[in-house]
Design a binder for this molecule. Structure first.
Ligand SMILES: [Zn+2]
Length: 335
């Protein structure tokens, strides 16, 4: 059975020192260690240690083979978005990351699929890079759940989504710059509590702001099974019904109507939670995702689904059909 992991992160082995080059900011670069790990440096400060499976394309393929997964959809690590940078620098950085992934996809067309990064801080440059990314082989983009703390319902982002729909570029929404970060650093709370909330923030913003209503052919996938959006939809819908003066001001359509129209990945680490998501979304709107190679991901690439009592059809939808439909790609390309 074809297995495509639609949520994995990759970084070029070598990054320019943009902080030095541009003369400001806390851009990410890598300090490589003798044990083949690397320290991600944010400006001059240590951010996180990563392993070579973050950049080594062949090593990654070998690790995926252990879980019978042939194809990886790759995108950058959200901390590299750098939406805070000056637009022209955001563009330069996006071009660098997108070229790296495009070369990888050209080299291994059956094994890698690319999602681009675009400088969301500047609508015009974002669309320019979106068009270029498509031309060099990307099939979609990954963007943050907020852009410098602005919600995705802000009108200045709409032309970007409109361009994605026009160009047939899929959109993956990934949580980052988690709300409440500074006030809950202990216990890894930004990742455990903030990330699911961020994704729900993005889904609610795009629904209440009418983005999904105005762009019915925009193909959007929300990370981490949609975060807290689907599990708390009852509350969200009730809020829409009881306080339309607060909630339904830009879109009069019930938020529940959008369930099953967007995609989510399966990263729940809990088969019962996944079954609930499947009941809401249908298996054609739930994709195999792992968040590889990071420890909070499902690093056994869907083994809990394989071992579950879900039907073969549901498994086949999750493992490849949903992702192929989200990205508008033909299965034969990967067989
Ligand atoms: Zn991720």
């Amino acid at each position: 059975m074809l297995k495509i992991d639609m949520h994995s992160h990759i970084i070029p082995k070598n990054l320019p020192n943009w902080t030095e080059k541009f003369g400001y900011g806390k851009f990410i670069y890598l300090n490589h260690n003798e044990d083949r790990s690397a320290d991600m440096m944010q400006g001059g400060q240590f951010f996180r240690r990563i392993k070579e499976n973050c950049w080594d394309e062949d090593l990654r393929l070998g690790e995926y083979e252990q879980f019978q997964t042939q194809t990886q959809v790759v995108c950058t690590i959200p901390v590299l978005f750098s939406y805070w940078a000056e637009p022209k620098h955001g563009l330069e950085l996006s071009e660098y990351l997108n070229n790296h992934i495009a070369e990888l996809v050209a080299k291994y067309p059956k094994n890698y699929i690319g999602l681009a990064t675009i400088p969301m801080q500047d609508t015009e440059l974002a669309i320019k890079e979106l068009e270029r990314a498509k031309a060099i082989g990307h099939v979609g983009i990954q963007i943050g759940s907020n852009i410098n703390d602005e919600n995705l319902s802000e009108e200045r982002f709409f032309p970007i989504f409109e361009a994605c729909e026009r160009l047939g570029m899929a959109v993956m929404i990934h949580p980052w710059q988690m709300m409440g970060f500074d006030s809950m650093k202990k216990y890894w709370l930004p990742w455990l509590v903030g990330m699911p909330a961020e994704t729900s923030r993005a889904a609610c913003s795009m629904i209440f702001g009418g983005v999904l209503e105005r762009l019915p052919n925009l193909r959007v996938c929300f990370s981490h099974a949609g975060g807290s959006f689907l599990p708390t939809l009852g509350r969200i819908e009730h809020g829409f019904n009881c306080r339309p003066d607060l909630v339904a001001i830009d879109n009069e359509v019930n938020p529940r109507d959008y369930v099953g129209k967007f995609w989510v990945d399966c990263i729940t680490h809990d088969i019962d939670a996944l079954k609930y998501i499947l009941k809401m979304q249908g298996s054609k709107r739930v994709c195999l995702g792992s968040d590889y190679p990071f420890p909070l991901g499902d690093l056994e690439i869907g083994k809990f689904i394989e071992e579950s009592d879900l039907s073969t059809q549901d498994k086949e939808n999750i493992f490849s059909n949903s992702t192929l439909e989200w990205l508008n790609l033909n299965k034969s390309l990967f067989l």
